[in-house]
Ligand binder design. Structure first.
Ligand SMILES: Cc1cc2nc3c(=O)[nH]c(=O)nc-3n(C[C@H](O)[C@H](O)[C@H](O)COP(=O)(O)OP(=O)(O)OC[C@H]3O[C@@H](n4cnc5c(N)ncnc54)[C@H](O)[C@@H]3O)c2cc1C
Length: 292
């Protein structure tokens, strides 16, 4: 199937308008942002909405804005804008690490952070990034606005806490001093989805010990971060033996499946190796931030 089933199409003019349209047309209506996940699913008849509510005119959702100790990113922000933002590169290098290996420029020019998170593909990269950065999701619906942690946002593969008549509007990322973060992915070929990827974020206290750490893995059956691996590092000074131990625990905690991207033991090996690498890099970047 290369042609989607018939559907009606409407362009929303504001967030409230989009919410009203979604509410009016009920379960048969879907939001379309970049369309890079939804349209292929419609072509394959894995999704069959009767109404598409296009939010590409909602410039109010397309922003990257520092607000005190929070970086606010609108849901309609394109991958390319995330990759090119100097502020994001400085505050959260993990985003650039991940964006460089998400698909190709064509996809990155249209695909959005909101669409990525709402799609909830198990191999999607920005969910892990947002998890380890302890981001929050701001959602708006007929009943008003609510703010969720990423733990509350995720509901498993291809699901999120965003109801059919709601819109993800914004992602809020806390800005912490003396922090560093990193992401690394193994893919079969350039632009492909992850075989496995790992992300880490480390914030140091003034005395150089680890005040907060987030560790996450992509494409290995986990939602959210891995607290048992993080506990190994909390309150300690960054050190190689701790990275090795945390990575071992992370690899044991994940639940990969064998598929065309590789067998379980290979994926677990990658989870271990990549976790060590991102912890090293995040710690080095946090140390740089502490000095600078
Ligand atoms: C060839 C190819 C390779 C790719 N490789 C990767 C990769 O390596 N890593 C990766 O992470 N991603 C990858 N992607 C996915 C890409 O990042 C998409 O851009 C992303 O998954 C979806 O974003 P979108 O804006 O296109 O969403 P859409 O396709 O428009 O929407 C996706 C889903 O989210 C819903 N939605 C969208 N925006 C909102 C909102 N604001 N509120 C509520 N619901 C919303 C839609 O209703 C739909 O259900 C790839 C895609 C392609 C086509």
């Amino acid at each position: 199937m290369q042609i989607p089933a018939q559907f009606d199409y409407v362009r929303a003019s504001t967030v409230d308008d989009a919410v009203t349209l979604l509410d009016r047309h009920g379960p048969d209506a879907r939001v379309v942002a970049g369309g890079h996940s939804l349209l292929p699913m419609m072509k394959l008849r894995l999704a069959r909405p009767e109404w598409l509510v296009d939010i590409n005119d909602l410039y109010e959702l397309d922003f990257i804005l520092r607000d005190g100790d929070t970086l606010r990113v609108g849901a309609l922000t394109r991958h390319t804008a995330l990759l090119e933002s100097q502020e994001i590169a400085r505050l959260f290098p993990i985003v650039g690490d991940a964006e460089k290996v998400i698909a190709d420029p064509t996809v990155r020019n249209r695909g959005t952070i909101g669409g990525s998170l709402c799609q909830g593909d198990p191999a999607e990269d920005l969910s892990t990034v947002c998890d380890v950065l302890r981001a929050q999701a701001v959602i708006r619906g007929p009943g008003g606005e609510r703010t969720l942690t990423m733990g509350e946002f995720h509901r498993g593969p291809y699901e999120s806490a965003v109801a059919q008549n709601e819109l993800l509007c914004e992602v809020r990322i806390p800005i912490r001093p003396r922090s560093g973060s990193a992401y690394e992915k193994v893919e079969r070929r350039v632009g492909d989805w992850a075989v496995v990827a790992a992300g880490a974020s480390i914030s140091l206290a003034e005395d150089g010990t680890i005040a907060d750490v987030g560790i996450g893995l992509t494409a290995v059956g986990l939602d959210g971060t891995i607290p048992q691996a993080e506990a190994v590092l909390l309150g300690k000074r960054p050190a190689e033996d701790l990275f090795v131990e945390a990575a071992r625990i992370a690899a044991a905690a994940c639940d990969p499946v064998a598929d065309q991207r590789g067998p379980v033991d290979y994926k677990r090996h990658l989870a271990d190796e990549l976790t060590r690498r991102v912890l090293r890099r995040a710690a080095a970047r946090a140390a740089e931030a502490q000095e600078g």
